[in-house]
Design a protein around this ligand. Structure first.
Ligand code: AMP
Length: 216
């Protein structure tokens, strides 16, 4: 099965995707992570998109669709992808649809994690990510400690775009683009709305129950 995790920044898409891959034989594709790694190793693409990402704006559809095509076309990933942060525009929705048809696959479900703006702000401001094991923590809500995180503290990093100024821009961008995407997946009868304001474990419990009943 292929899944889409949809929701605003800080809605828990990455955290829940991490939980899912620990229990199901699926692979997470975060377009945000792919783009950040281009910046980290300063590829030509990375240099071009750095300021766009740091300002909280969307990277062009062409760039993102090309990255996604590489992943969908890889036979190792056949029918086992969790799209985290993609698609984010209606053009990306149509491009994904075309790619899935071309590579003989489909989306089984779209989880829409619905979260209040105040909670998004708290989650994003507190977010830290381990650059070694890629686990996501929150210094206020889910702090890393000796029990839940084995890597050294020096690997914990804050994203440059996780700050109060940029988060508002990212949230507004999300809201502007959202409606047509949600309408599309609702029409396709693939959209499942989940209250993302709940605790991580409660949300995952719901997601797990649903995935266990999907047979393709
Ligand atoms: P994320 O890690 O999903 O919060 O994404 C971080 C940033 O990467 C976003 O604010 C955008 O600048 C860029 N980005 C990630 N995914 C996409 C996408 N599907 N389309 C365009 N830009 C994206």
């Amino acid at each position: 099965m292929n899944l889409i995790m949809f929701g605003p920044p800080g809605s828990g898409k990455g955290t829940q995707s991490n939980n899912i891959i620990n229990n199901f034989n699926l692979k997470q594709v975060s377009t945000g992570d792919l783009l950040r790694s281009e910046i980290k190793i300063q590829t030509d693409l990375g240099k071009k998109i750095e300021s766009t990402i740091n300002n909280g704006e969307l990277v062009s559809d062409d760039v993102v669709n090309t990255l996604i095509k590489k992943i969908i076309s890889d036979p190792k990933n056949f029918n086992r992808l969790i799209f985290d942060g993609y698609p984010r525009t209606i053009t990306q929705v149509y491009s994904l649809e075309k790619l899935l048809i071309e590579f003989n696959q489909k989306i089984s479900i779209v989880f829409y994690l619905h979260v209040d703006k105040e909670i998004v702000s708290k989650r994003v401001n507190g977010r830290v990510i381990c650059s070694k094991c890629f686990r996501i923590f929150n210094v206020y809500l889910n702090p890393p400690n000796a029990k839940n995180h084995k890597c050294e503290k020096k690997y914990l990093e804050k994203r440059i775009d996780d700050n109060s100024k940029t988060i508002l821009n990212r949230y507004e961008t999300y809201v502007t683009k959202t409606k047509s995407i949600l309408d599309y997946y609702k029409k396709m009868k693939l959209l499942l709305e989940i209250d993302g304001n709940q605790k991580i474990a409660e949300i995952y419990h719901k997601i797990k129950g649903i995935l266990e009943n999907i047979r393709d």
